[in-house]
Design a protein around this ligand. Structure first.
Ligand code: NAD
Length: 439
């Protein structure tokens, strides 16, 4: 099939590569000229496992091309997928301006029947708004259908998720669109759920709000575990054995970040407020998450009587492993708080090197994890990269000036850390102080 994908970000680019891999001819459009120039040279604008190889392979096979020319892409394609950003407005609502502007232009450039698919995360009712926008902006009255097709990929495993997802949700009331969309996804061998546009739009927000709720729930359990001396990892493992609960999304830590959960939970609250509904659970989920991001600083200030003038090593800047995405990363809150307290920062992330992505001055970005811990008073582990799980912890403590280690992702065993001489703090467990007292 001939597809145009508008927006070559984490969702658009990955979807484009996967559709091309499955045999469709895909034209990727972005209004960021630099990004398109890079993509045409085979340079990846984002970090995602397996993306580069698959992209270059499909580019060579002429199934994938990159352009800033939306008119060309619309006119050469049967299906136009919108995958632009829907960031959060200052008032918490989803900003639909990118979706709206792309829709208006698609309408102007249409030259025959088209299916317009919305993959961006949008509030319920957006499919209807897109239909109206197309009608209002068409130059000639061509027939068209608008489908809601929310995306569930996870950054870090985005290619795998697209190729092996749990389900594909197609929201349309129209039989012709239903048939074409089912054909488009036929060789993905995944469950195809045909539903109404409103259901499809709501499913995406409900899924993200539920997953965010699971994270905040286990983080609250972790906070209680610290008070009562229980171990959240043990609790999560055992409650996760119950099929009704499942072990996924039960890792206690320092809160969720990224481009989706923070903005989508807020958008859901704002959207439902518009109907006079007070979404209490999701409000608490956000409040718990904001509080959780402050846990490393709480532990740091308890351990170090004064942060001013001290150097703190930060391991990990991305909001989660295997991505370069720092949007809403807990690292931002942590670095901000340390700097406010007068501390100095040495930071290392295996992928995030671009200083502009985290907007702070006075951070010493270093090239290895060992450089980040050298001569520091304390270390805070922010992102659960595999590389950090394999660190030589004897070497780390020798390189450090102090011995305080705050593990925001519970990747080490506190008994081992204590034996090595660390003053070790983690999330939702007896920390080293407690361990010392209880021995
Ligand atoms: P992104 O910011 O990485 O990418 C958006 C792209 O759209 C950018 O490259 C931008 O230049 C381009 N763009 C903006 N306006 C444009 C225009 N007028 N014409 C052409 N291109 C334009 O965003 P993303 O993370 O890929 O997310 C896209 C959508 O998918 C959002 O609604 C998001 O909520 C949703 N989503 C994201 C994820 C994720 O993990 N990132 C997962 C599921 C759903």
């Amino acid at each position: 099939m001939k597809i145009a994908i508008v927006g070559t970000g984490y969702v658009g680019l990955v979807s484009a590569v996967c559709f091309a891999e499955k045999g469709s001819r895909v034209i990727c459009v972005d209004n960021n000229e630099e990004k398109i120039k890079q993509l045409n040279k085979g340079i990846m604008p984002i970090y995602e496992n397996d993306l580069e190889d698959m992209l270059n392979k499909n580019k060579c096979s002429k199934r994938l091309e990159f352009t800033t020319d939306l008119e060309y892409a619309v006119q050469k394609s049967d299906i136009i997928i919108i995958a632009v950003g829907t960031p959060m407005l200052p008032n918490g609502h989803a900003d639909l301006s990118q979706v709206e502007s792309v829709t208006e232009n698609i309408a102007k450039f249409m030259n025959e029947y088209k299916i317009i698919v919305n993959k961006s995360t949008v509030p319920v009712g957006t499919q209807k708004k897109v239909i109206k926008l197309i009608r209002d902006n068409q130059i000639n009255e061509y027939d068209f259908d608008v489908v809601s097709n929310p995306e569930f990929l996870r950054e870090g495993t985005a290619i795998y998720d697209t190729m092996h997802g749990d389900r594909i949700v197609i929201g349309t009331d129209n039989e012709r669109a239903r048939k074409i969309m089912t054909k488009l996804y036929a060789n993905f061998n995944q469950s195809i759920i045909l539903t109404s546009p409103e259901n499809a739009e709501m499913i995406k927000y409900a899924a993200n709000a539920f997953l965010a709720t699971k994270i905040s729930f286990i983080n609250e359990i972790a906070n209680i575990c610290e008070i009562v001396g229980a171990d959240v990892q043990e609790i999560a493992k055992i409650i996760g054995m119950d099929k009704r609960i499942s072990p996924e999304f039960l890792s206690a830590g320092i809160g969720f970040g990224g481009a989706c959960f923070p903005k989508d939970t807020k958008a859901l609250i704002k959207f439902t407020e518009g109907f006079g509904y007070d979404f209490k659970i999701v409000k608490s989920v956000i409040e718990v998450n904001e509080n959780q991001k402050t846990k490393p600083i709480e532990k740091l200030t308890n351990a170090l009587s004064c942060v001013k003038g001290r150097t703190i090593g930060i391991l990990g800047l991305a909001f989660k492993p295997n991505t370069d995405d720092t949007r809403e990363s807990p690292a931002i809150t942590i670095i901000n708080d340390i700097q406010k307290l007068g501390g100095k920062i040495k930071a290392y992330d295996p992928i995030v090197k671009d200083i502009d992505k985290i907007k702070f001055d006075n951070i010493e970005y270093v090239d290895t994890a060992y450089d980040a811990v050298k001569d520091v008073d304390a270390v805070i582990l922010v992102t659960e990269w595999d590389e950090f799980k394999q660190l030589d912890l004897k070497k780390v403590i020798k390189l450090m000036k102090g011995n305080i280690f705050i593990d925001g992702r519970n990747i080490y065993k506190y008994t081992k850390m204590f034996k090595l001489g660390y003053e070790y703090y983690c999330i939702g467990k007896k920390d080293s102080q407690y361990y010392k007292k209880s021995r």
